[in-house]
Design a protein around this ligand. Structure first.
Ligand code: GLA
Length: 606
């Protein structure tokens, strides 16, 4: 008997009338030491429930594994929610969208190009089943049936926007039920077009995702489901940003007015997002509608709680609206967290990327990153070009997603999937010049039919129409920060290629000197902290790359914007000496980085 039941127009929780006042917060986008603080702030805004997705790709980095610790310690997150008196809505996917790398689908699934994702294709459903076999047993104690906080579980995610394979949806429903999930199940769908028809299941509560036109959206939901509670399972109160686009904001009063309409209509709500957090490391997703556009590192979302967990204008406005419809705790609104005093960090050591490039795989034509088993990050390809002269370098099938081309170590140009670039005019200076192509996976598409599209170099490469063969393909081990002892042990001057530690560079082609002196490089510096506090890393004068502090991968930076600062959560800082490492892909006009006390997510646009 599920704790949460439905009536003809509402919910009952343990038999009593109940309205879900929920806010989305993804544990995997927030430092675990900050979970308790964010959950408390959810309760203080007047929420009675918190909602989270589960990222399959991180929980199961390889088939047969399950990671449930650190940032992925969902049981701990659930205990903290329960301790705060919050109920929980779980959205285990398997697909989660969420502007998350691949919508949460593991990259190892998509190395089979024929697999039909999110369908009843047994190659997909088998993988889902094996994942749920491992995932659900440790979560069952947290279901309301066992006295835990989880009162409802979502089946798939906006399936009606993707497909109409009802047998697949039924498979997911059965997969949850047969593994012991007794709680209320629900689907969520956009309310326009056929979505609600294609994404819903008999006997499973249908809910809607929308951010405005409340009455119309609720009417459509009611048409699709004549009886039962009305619930907006994603009430979009802000939005996410793409590199090169505007920073999205939504007026707090406008969003609050729509929240008021929803609550006045008697609906339940999940505010998406209550607290967005950060796409740390290589976890951001991308969209590909007309063109490929990757999502930025911040997932601030213009949410009630900012990326650094401070109550913003929406927090106050929403609290007021909720107070009109439900009791709100009579406790003061939390003050913003203290911030670190602005500090300049001098990056004193530079180490070229290449000596740490790792062992290559030799292949006639370049291997995709997926074929090399890479979920994320960078791949490096090296060969020689037999014929000198001016001509076109052509990458058949394009690049996934951004390729930097070097000839004899000198930068020769960049190709971006965003711009459909596949061809670069270059000058090959001599016979057998060394061609290096460094490719960045900018994030896997998380919405629509292009989920699972491969990364790296995607086909043969030609120069002047003649194929270039025999590639050294390096999957670069850049998930973790390179050890700072390695970095500080090197000379602050550029490391000559010959001085690369033996064994780390097994490429048949020697590293051109220019690459070592002016190519992509790690920069390392230290800074002192007296009392750890939140900060924002600002990098004026730097171009593009990755940033780590004390080994914690903050994510990507790019002068293209709109995002100008990276959030530095207080718990990653330590009293005393702290390390900053940047992987700068192009070059910097400065050797300074700055820790500031205000975020800059860029100019707000439509
Ligand atoms: C949809 C998805 C969410 C998210 C939002 C946009 O509603 O279900 O995962 O992608 O769009 O932020």
């Amino acid at each position: 008997m599920p704790a949460l039941a439905t009536t003809s127009d509402g919910f009952l929780l343990h038999g009593d009338p109940f309205r879900i006042l929920s806010g989305a917060m993804h544990y995997f986008r927030v430092h675990p030491d900050q979970w308790a603080d964010r959950l408390r702030k959810a309760r203080l805004m007047g929420l009675n429930t918190v909602e989270t997705y589960l990222p399959w790709n991180l929980h199961q980095p390889e088939p047969g594994t399950l990671v449930l610790d650190g940032l992925l310690d969902l049981p701990r997150f659930l205990r903290l929610a329960a301790a705060e008196g919050l109920h929980v809505l779980l959205r285990p996917g398997p697909f989660i969208c969420a502007e998350w790398d691949g919508g949460g689908l593991p990259h190892w699934l998509t190395t089979d190009p024929d697999i039909r994702l999110r369908t009843s294709d047994p190659r997909f459903t088998e993988a889902v089943d094996r994942y749920l076999d491992l995932l659900l047993p440790p979560l069952l104690p947290y279901m309301a049936a066992s006295g835990g906080p989880v009162i409802a579980v979502q089946v798939e995610n906006e399936y009606g926007a993707y497909g109409d394979d009802i047998a697949y949806l039924k498979h997911i429903e059965h997969a949850l039920r047969s593994r012991g999930v007794e709680e209320l199940l629900f689907t969520c769908d956009q309310t326009a077009g056929d979505h609600l028809r294609n994404g819903t299941l008999p006997g499973v509560l249908a809910t809607g995702t929308f951010g405005s036109r409340v009455e119309e959206s609720l009417r459509r939901l009611r048409e699709a489901q004549p009886e039962g509670p009305l619930m907006c399972s994603e009430f979009w109160i802000g939005w996410f940003d793409h590199w090169g686009g505007p920073h999205h904001g939504r007026d707090a009063e406008d969003a609050a007015a729509d929240l008021d309409r929803l609550l006045a209509a008697g609906a339940s709500v999940n505010i998406y997002m209550f607290h967005g957090g950060t796409n740390f490391g290589y976890t951001n997703g991308a969209n590909h509608h007309h063109a490929y556009v990757p999502t930025v590192t911040s997932y601030d979302y213009d949410a009630p709680l900012t990326e650094s967990g401070d109550p913003g204008p929406k927090y106050h406005a929403f609290r007021e609206v909720i107070a009109r419809h439900a009791p709100v705790p009579d406790e003061p609104v939390p003050a913003p967290s203290p911030k670190l005093a602005p500090t300049t960090v001098r990056l004193t050591h530079r180490t070229p990327l290449i000596p740490s490039a790792g062992r290559p795989v030799r292949a006639k034509d370049p291997l995709s990153a997926d074929d090399m088993g890479r979920r994320a990050g960078y791949t490096l390809y090296r060969t020689t070009v037999p014929t000198p002269g001016h001509g076109l370098l052509h990458f058949e099938g394009g690049v996934g997603d951004r390729a930097q081309v070097f000839l004899d170590g000198a930068p020769a140009g960049v190709l971006e999937r965003e711009r459909y670039e596949e061809t670069l005019p270059v000058h090959v200076p001599r016979a057998d010049a060394v061609l290096d192509v460094l490719v960045e996976n900018m994030g896997r598409v998380n919405y629509g039919p292009r989920i699972g599209v491969p990364k790296g170099l995607l086909g043969p490469v030609t120069f002047m129409g003649r194929p270039l063969r025999d590639w050294d393909c390096h999957a670069l081990p850049l998930d973790d920060a390179p050890s700072t002892t390695t970095l500080t042990a090197t000379d602050p001057e550029p490391v000559a290629p010959e001085s690369a530690p033996t064994g780390t560079l097994t490429s048949r082609v020697p590293v051109p000197e220019a690459f070592a002196s002016s190519g992509p490089a790690f920069h390392h510096g230290t800074f002192d902290v007296r009392t750890p506090a939140d900060a924002f890393l600002s990098l004026p004068g730097w171009t593009k790359g990755q940033a780590w502090i004390n080994g914690f991968h903050l994510g990507r930076y790019w002068n293209r914007g709109p995002q100008r600062t990276l959030y530095v959560p207080a718990p990653i800082l330590r009293r005393g000496v702290n390390d900053l490492v940047l992987l700068e892909l192009h070059g910097a006009t400065t050797s300074d980085a700055h820790l500031t006390d205000v975020p800059d997510l860029g100019p707000t646009g439509p």
